[in-house]
Ligand binder design. Structure first.
Ligand code: GTP
Ligand code: MG
Length: 201
């Protein structure tokens, strides 16, 4: 799929105020600093559409980006960031949870995992929660440029083994790097094929 246009539409902390149009949307979720905003920028080939930072906790709202005037990418705040105050964390958690529970236009969530790290409970539990709530998701391994091919392969295999302890089959997954553009075409084609299915039904 080609990206012809990508524009920021709205930020808010209330799912009820998210855009009303029926366009399919894809949300980016994962630990703070995993590279959600950077990956959105990589997909649309704009450096500063979504705000990024070396310090975790940059994205604090639900951000809708309208792509090709007929679907959305949604950038969300990260979870598991220790330095956000407890009360802020609760507010984040509440509106993120409500977003996933209530947003009808959400067709798929991308759960981002830093390919360098061992499986973390917070991510495993989040994916289990998605499963229980029947929210479709795919995994995006991020920052693939930071590992050599063998180490990358080893980490992905380790992750798969971990997931297969609780899942019957491995969810769809992609290996990506925002800085090197790895996975861009594959991911856009994947989204394109889901958009086609959604538009048929
Ligand atoms: P929050 O909004 O705080 O939840 O973070 P985020 O998940 O949106 O992460 P963000 O995109 O802001 O990126 C965090 C840091 O990781 C930044 O310093 C990015 O430059 C860096 N980063 C993101 N993606 C990549 C990547 O593919 N490769 C490398 N080397 N660095 C990356
Ligand atoms: Mg962000």
């Amino acid at each position: 799929m080609r990206i012809k246009s990508a524009e920021f539409l709205v930020s808010n902390s209330d799912v009820a105020k998210c855009p009303k149009d029926p366009f399919p949307e894809y949300a980016f979720i994962g630990r703070s600093n995993v590279g959600k905003s950077s990956l959105i920028n990589m997909l649309v080939q704009q450096k500063r559409l979504a705000k990024t930072s070396g310090r975790p906790g940059k994205t604090q709202l639900i951000n809708h980006f309208l792509i090709n005037k007929n679907w959305y990418l949604v950038d969300l705040p990260g979870y598991g960031y220790a330095r956000v105050s407890k009360s802020d964390k609760k507010v984040f958690q509440k509106f993120i949870t409500q977003y996933f529970e209530k947003r009808k236009q959400l067709v798929l969530a991308f759960v981002l995992i830093d390919c360098r790290h061992e499986p973390q409970n917070i991510d495993i539990e989040f994916m289990e929660w998605m499963g229980i709530n029947e929210i479709p998701f795919a995994i995006l391994f991020t920052k693939a440029d930071k590992l050599k091919p063998m180490a990358l392969k080893k980490n992905i295999e380790r992750y798969k083994l971990n997931l297969l302890e609780s899942w019957e089959t491995m969810p769809p997954y992609f290996i990506t790097s925002a800085s090197k553009g790895i996975g861009r075409e594959e991911l856009l084609d994947y989204i394109g094929s889901i958009n086609q299915e959604v538009n048929k039904s």
